[in-house]
Design a protein around this ligand. Structure first.
Ligand SMILES: Cc1cc2nc3c(=O)[nH]c(=O)nc-3n(C[C@H](O)[C@H](O)[C@H](O)COP(=O)(O)O)c2cc1C
Length: 229
């Protein structure tokens, strides 16, 4: 039996490829906030731009993917939960993000049973319609989104929320972003505690999380008899 107590690993993905992207600015700010004031959680930025356009002809027999896709899928697989930031493009999420979601959804779907949050910056609904579209995609890939708080940043309304490089400069938005991250942290821990799940193919691990006062201790025991839920 092996005991593990580690920080939650969050993979952050941004749908915009623009250098001065506001959504990229939200991700950078989330990483800073997490480092400075959210113990027990780490955010890794996972790039989606190197991925080829989804094409199942690129998959080899035996479920092998192109090297860059394999590497991306490994990062998604290692993460405990996800932070998505995407602009709204024609009422949906930006294609680079959808492409990334599609690659990681190929069998075995590496998004499954994990918590997620989405934030956005954009035009008159602050990217809201893209957020709701992503939640719909999340149903099929078994992602579990936090419901609240929601964060839609009205990027083009004064006062300026971002500088010329796309860095978030608005204190109130930063505070609201922090609340999203805290909610994601709480929900990730809840999902870990309530659900026994397979961490690796062919390797069923039984979650024995137990509450001790205000902290959570996590023990994982290997068992071939335990059913995955
Ligand atoms: C192809 C395209 C479609 C867009 N469609 C919408 C839209 O449906 N609704 C909206 O509010 N903004 C729309 N926009 C504006 C972007 O959401 C906005 O410029 C946003 O700030 C871009 O995000 P970024 O700064 O992270 O790159 C669109 C922009 C592009 C390039």
């Amino acid at each position: 039996m092996e005991a593990t107590k580690s920080a939650i690993k969050v993979a952050a993905l941004c749908g915009s490829l623009r250098k001065a992207s506001y959504n990229g600015g939200l991700v950078r700010s989330a990483m800073e906030i997490c480092k400075e004031s959210i113990p027990g959680m780490q955010i890794e930025y996972v790039e989606v731009s190197p991925l080829p356009m989804i094409n199942t002809d690129l998959e080899e027999e035996g479920g092998k993917f192109p090297a860059v896709v394999e590497e991306f899928r490994r990062k998604i697989s290692r993460a405990d939960s996800f932070l998505f930031a995407s602009p709204e493009y024609n009422y949906s999420i930006a294609p680079p993000l959808k492409n990334a979601i599609d690659w990681a959804s190929r069998p075995p779907n590496v998004w499954a049973d994990k918590a997620a949050a989405i934030v956005s910056a954009g035009g008159n609904f602050g990217g809201g319609r893209a957020q709701y579209h992503l939640r719909q995609t999340g149903v099929y890939v078994d992602l579990h989104f936090i419901n609240k708080p929601e964060l839609f940043v009205y990027a083009f309304q004064p006062p300026a929320k971002f500088d010329a490089d796309g860095n978030l400069i608005d204190a109130e938005v930063k505070e609201r972003l922090k609340q999203v991250l805290l909610s994601l942290q709480k929900f990730t821990l809840q999902l870990r505690g309530q659900c026994c799940r397979s961490r690796r193919p062919n390797d069923v691990l039984h979650c024995l999380g137990k509450r001790t006062g205000k902290t959570l201790d996590w023990t994982w025991s290997k068992s071939t008899k335990t059913k995955v839920c």
